[in-house]
Design a protein around this ligand. Structure first.
Ligand code: ATP
Ligand code: MG
Length: 141
């Protein structure tokens, strides 16, 4: 199996509810290693660019407003099969459909306020990591 890197975000709803630690514990508990992390607040421009793939979707502005509504915690995760492993521990996009024990089942409120983001493929992982981190900010181990 390949060692991969993926981008993870604790979204503003989970940060507001003091669930940063709970989310990171689940990520580490799933065998993922945090090799970079920062707490930041996105501008409308940054959030729009990050979610540019959803620009034509009906919920785009709602998504941008939500993602800029407060600080987010962004982290780079590393490990075997990290992209899929992260998606598994995140659970389904809609917390109501997420499997018990997943981050979204535990901490998500609804399909908009769903606690976390995770890259969905190797190419998006690369782009999304570079969106937030310089290579010098990552401590691979
Ligand atoms: P993410 O990209 O945040 O990891 P995802 O890959 O599971 O989530 P996407 O289809 O990429 O889901 O949607 C991106 C985000 O847009 C979702 O996480 C959610 O916050 C928001 N979103 C998706 N569908 C809806 C919807 N119908 N109404 C409101 N927000 C939505
Ligand atoms: Mg997505």
């Amino acid at each position: 199996m390949a060692i991969e890197r993926t981008l993870s975000i604790v979204k503003p709803d989970a940060v507001r509810k003091n669930h940063i630690g709970g989310v990171l514990a689940k990520l580490e508990g799933a065998g993922l290693t945090i090799i970079g992390a920062k707490l930041i607040k996105l501008s409308q421009e940054q959030a729009g660019a990050f979610y540019g793939v959803h620009r034509e979707r009906s919920f785009f502005q709602e998504l941008v407003d939500f993602m800029t509504s407060g600080p987010i915690m962004v982290q780079v995760l590393e490990g075997e099969n990290a992209i899929l492993r992260n998606r598994e521990v995140m659970g389904a996009t809609d917390p109501a459909k997420a499997e018990a024990g997943t981050i979204r089942a535990e901490y998500g409120a609804d399909i908009g306020e769903n606690a976390v983001h995770g890259s969905d493929a190797p190419d998006t992982a690369r782009t999304e990591i570079a969106f937030f981190f310089a290579e010098s900010e990552l401590q691979s181990r």
